[in-house]
Design a binder for this molecule. Structure first.
Ligand code: RTP
Length: 151
């Protein structure tokens, strides 16, 4: 049975610069996920190196950090049933050319190095990423439509 989870979703600098913020947020809203935190941040090199620490030996690491600090990102926490796995499916494959049409990357981008969004890949990494990007008091608690029987 699916459980209610939280996932960290970020709109990367290219997604912001291309004016795709509302379209990406809309996908999660209309699907029925609950937005519990959102902010625009200009990330520091140090913060990004911590976020992507598992990738630090990859040849693309330096380029990834340069790309991610090239402008502000929109950091978000979305909550709902199976949010981590569904969030990844909604974003699409890391390489947009392998992303299904209908997914965010499959509809809006074509390069791995400019793939417009990030989503946590496990509940454990979601919890870690949420605490890396948000303070506890930035996570909002409120009643959302998805908690009504009508949904
Ligand atoms: P993300 O963390 O951004 O959601 O991406 P992901 O889990 O799907 O992919 P990951 O392997 O963790 O890679 C993180 C980001 O690094 C860039 N990348 N570039 N040039 C390359 O071969 C390459 N591979 C990965 C992408 O922006 C990817 O989302």
């Amino acid at each position: 049975m699916s459980t209610t989870e939280r996932t960290f979703i970020a709109i990367k600098p290219d997604g912001v610069q291309r004016g795709l913020v509302s379209k990406i947020i809309e996908r999660f809203e209309v699907r029925g996920y609950k937005l519990v935190a959102i902010k625009m941040v200009q990330p520091t090199q140090e913060h990004l190196e911590t976020h992507y620490q598992d990738l630090k030996t990859k040849p693309f690491f330096a380029g990834l950090i340069q790309y991610m600090k090239s402008g502000p990102i929109v950091a978000m926490v979305w909550e709902g049933l199976d949010a981590v796995r569904q969030g990844r499916a909604m974003l699409g494959a890391t390489n947009p050319l392998q992303s299904a049409p209908g997914s965010i990357r499959g509809d809006f981008c074509i390069q791995t190095g400019r793939n417009i969004c990030h989503g946590s890949d496990s509940v454990e990494s979601a919890n870690h990423e949420i605490s890396l990007w948000f303070k506890e008091d930035e996570l909002c608690s409120y009643k959302h439509n998805s908690q009504n029987l009508i949904y």
